[in-house]
Design a protein around this ligand. Structure first.
Ligand SMILES: CC(C)(COP(=O)(O)OP(=O)(O)OC[C@H]1O[C@@H](n2cnc3c(N)ncnc32)[C@H](O)[C@@H]1OP(=O)(O)O)[C@@H](O)C(=O)NCCC(=O)NCCS
Length: 165
């Protein structure tokens, strides 16, 4: 199943995409990103959905996610720096929601990752809570953001989690 945003084609990832996925990931997350075997697993595991965004036969973004019980967990997503802010990250999420049939979604992001938070909030995700010590290398708390789920104590959560984003 393929989709399109402007000149960018959205499609399921295949084994030939692995080097491009690894390049995007290691540039974005040099210390704690997915490794080759993680991406290989994502492609083999029928429970995981891996999508790529391709422009002029070059992979410029990807999303790895997992649907469970009607909710989509966004596990990992990177868009090439030159293409950021052009709607590709959002289009990948929309496509994954469409393909999985999920009615809700959730994702974690580092508390200092303003771009990811803004991109998720632009899609309608809202901060649910802060998860202490979620990340290693470097150690950092996470924000859990949800779409289509009931927010618990959202006002306070926003106050506690606003890091100048
Ligand atoms: C997070 C990421 C995947 C978003 O992809 P993207 O293609 O840039 O996202 P979009 O263009 O669809 O942006 C969606 C919205 O977020 C906003 N946004 C994106 N980056 C932003 C930033 N740095 N500051 C403010 N707003 C930002 C856009 O303006 C857009 O809002 P709009 O629809 O109201 O105009 C991309 O920034 C990225 O690859 N970051 C590095 C890797 C990363 O952090 N991944 C997420 C891990 S949780």
């Amino acid at each position: 199943m393929t989709g399109r945003v402007g000149q960018v084609v959205l499609r399921e990832a295949v084994t030939d995409d692995l080097p491009a996925l690894l390049d995007l990931e290691s540039a974005a997350f040099p210390s704690d990103g997915y490794r080759l075997k993680d991406f290989a697993t994502a492609l083999e595991d029928a429970g995981l959905l891996a999508l790529v965004a391709e422009e002029s036969e070059t992979v410029v973004g990807f999303l790895v996610c997992q649907e469970s019980g009607g909710a989509l967990h966004l596990i990992d997503s990177v868009v090439a720096p030159a293409q950021r802010g052009g709607g590709i990250g959002g289009a990948l999420v929309h496509r994954a929601l469409e393909m999985s049939g999920a009615r809700a979604a959730w994702a974690e992001t580092r508390v200092t990752n303003c771009a990811a938070r803004k991109a998720l909030e632009a899609l309608g995700f809202r901060v649910e809570r802060r998860v202490c010590g979620y990340y290693d290398a470097p150690a950092e708390d996470a924000l859990l953001l949800a779409l289509g789920a009931r927010s618990r104590d959202r006002g306070n959560a926003d106050e506690r989690t606003n890091h100048g984003c």
